[in-house]
Every structure is written in structure tokens, then in C-alpha cells.
Write a protein that binds this ligand. Structure first.
Ligand SMILES: [Zn+2]
Length: 257
């Protein structure tokens, strides 16, 4: 009898061990994702407000949930544009969550001088990667140019997040930018990325899958920055063209990884 009891206890222990290893990614609008291993979590581009009809943003309810229940240990921002970042919401988060830290380029972090010791600035003068350990999470920030000529002055930072033995890449508002050899310079292959979070327009060119494999080679791709106004047919076409890729379109949509 005792043996059976021990067998079941270790069996249950194993199951709970396995489930703890799972990572849940929750969508918070536009390029916003919360990545959690159920002990620690990070929120990337997750606090912003309405910017226009083409951009999904976290509702008041979702922001409240982030502030009081999800409570990520780290909030990171790729750049300052209003469909990715809000100063008041970020400030509110840091006030409510006294141990949380914030990452961004100087164009982001200059707004938080009163939280000096909880703010990490990623420089964008070259493509050197900078890694900082926050508890059990490793955060690497690196310059990745913003797409579009008119945004040349925008400091866009990509992040490699290592959490529970998985590596996530979030690139922010970039594109392949082959004209400047961007991804040649980023040297991402040696990072062994498991999950790449990309704006969906990086999938629109014909050789997208070749470029993803050549420059990132992730096991999983997640597409974001999809307009709520996208035509149903366009989205269905994309999904059937890329059956392996996850498309984030609904607030609080979740992917288990
Ligand atoms: Zn932008």
C-alpha cells in the first residue's frame, strides 16, 4: 500500500514538474507579449494606449490585470512609438510594483529618472549585445534598426529573453532591411533562438521563410503587429501560407511553449 502511495506521489510530482516547465505567452495587443514560466515573467511592449484604428492596445481591464495580477518582474520596450509604449502607464506600473525593472533605449528610459536604480538603458550606437541577469531571467538587448526611412532617428531595441531554458527573440518594429545588411550584422544564429516574435510584415515577401531560417533559425515563429482592420481574407491567406506560424490577433490570446 505504501509503495502505491509513493508511486502516485512521485507520479504527481513529475506531472506538476512538467507543467511548471511550460511557458505561457499571453498577447496584450499590437506587439505586446507577456512571457511567463509561472514563477517569473517579462512583458515586452505591453503598456500603451489607443494610437489609431490599426493598432490593438491593452484594454483598461488588461492593464489592470498586468498591474495587479500578472505583475511581470521586467517590463521592456522596443521603442517609444505610441503603439508600443506609454510613459504614464509604465510609470504607474513601476509605482505599483516596487521590485519591477524597466528596459529600453535612452529615448524610453530618459522618462524615468526618478526610478534610476530600476531602469536599464540599452545603447544603440552599434550592434553589440548587452546581457543583464534579472533573477532567473537573462535579458539581452541589441540595436535593431526601425523600419522605414522616416523613422531613421528612432532607437529600436530587440530583446533576447532566456527564461526556463528557452530563448525568445522580440525584434520590435523592424524589417529585413537587406539594403543595410541588418541581419548579417545581428549574428542571431549563434544565439540558438527557440521562439522568434516578428511583425507580420516580415512574412510578406516571397522568400520570408528562407530569410527566417538563414538569419534566425527559430523553432517557432509568432507574428504580431496585425491590424484589427486586416481583411479576413488576407489573414486567412497568411495563415494557410504559413500553417506553422502563430498569428496573434486577439487580446489575451495564449500560446503554450
Ligand atoms: Zn514604431
Amino acid at each position: 500500500m505504501l509503495k502505491i502511495f509513493f508511486f502516485f506521489t512521485s507520479f504527481l510530482y513529475c506531472i506538476s514538474g512538467i507543467s511548471q516547465e511550460n511557458i505561457t505567452l499571453t498577447y496584450t495587443g499590437n506587439m505586446g507579449v507577456l512571457i511567463s514560466d509561472h514563477q517569473s515573467s517579462v512583458l515586452i511592449d505591453g503598456l500603451h494606449t489607443k494610437y489609431g484604428d490599426d493598432y490593438l492596445f491593452p484594454s483598461e481591464k488588461v492593464v489592470h490585470k498586468i498591474n495587479t495580477q500578472l505583475q511581470p518582474n521586467i517590463i521592456l520596450f522596443t521603442h517609444y512609438h505610441g503603439d508600443h509604449f506609454s510613459v504614464p502607464l509604465s510609470r504607474e506600473y513601476l509605482v505599483l510594483n516596487k521590485k519591477a525593472v524597466l528596459f529600453g533605449a535612452n529615448q524610453i528610459t530618459k522618462n524615468f529618472s526618478e526610478f534610476k536604480d530600476r531602469v536599464y538603458t540599452i545603447t544603440t550606437k552599434d550592434y553589440t549585445k548587452k546581457t543583464i541577469d534579472i533573477g532567473k531571467i537573462k535579458v539581452t538587448g541589441l540595436k535593431i534598426n526601425h523600419a522605414g526611412k522616416r523613422h531613421i532617428e528612432v532607437e529600436n531595441v530587440g530583446y533576447i529573453i532566456e527564461i526556463n531554458n528557452k530563448k525568445f527573440l522580440h525584434v520590435g518594429d523592424t524589417n529585413w532591411l537587406e539594403e543595410i545588411g541588418l541581419f548579417d550584422q545581428l549574428k542571431l544564429l549563434k544565439e540558438n533562438i527557440d521562439i522568434a516574435i516578428l511583425p507580420y510584415w516580415m512574412l510578406l515577401q516571397d522568400d520570408a521563410l528562407i530569410l527566417i531560417k538563414k538569419y534566425i533559425n527559430p523553432k517557432t515563429v509568432i507574428a504580431t503587429h496585425i491590424s484589427p482592420k486586416i481583411k479576413e481574407k488576407e489573414l486567412l491567406d497568411l495563415k494557410s501560407r504559413y500553417p506553422e506560424i502563430h498569428f496573434l490577433t486577439t487580446l489575451e490570446q495564449q500560446i503554450q511553449l
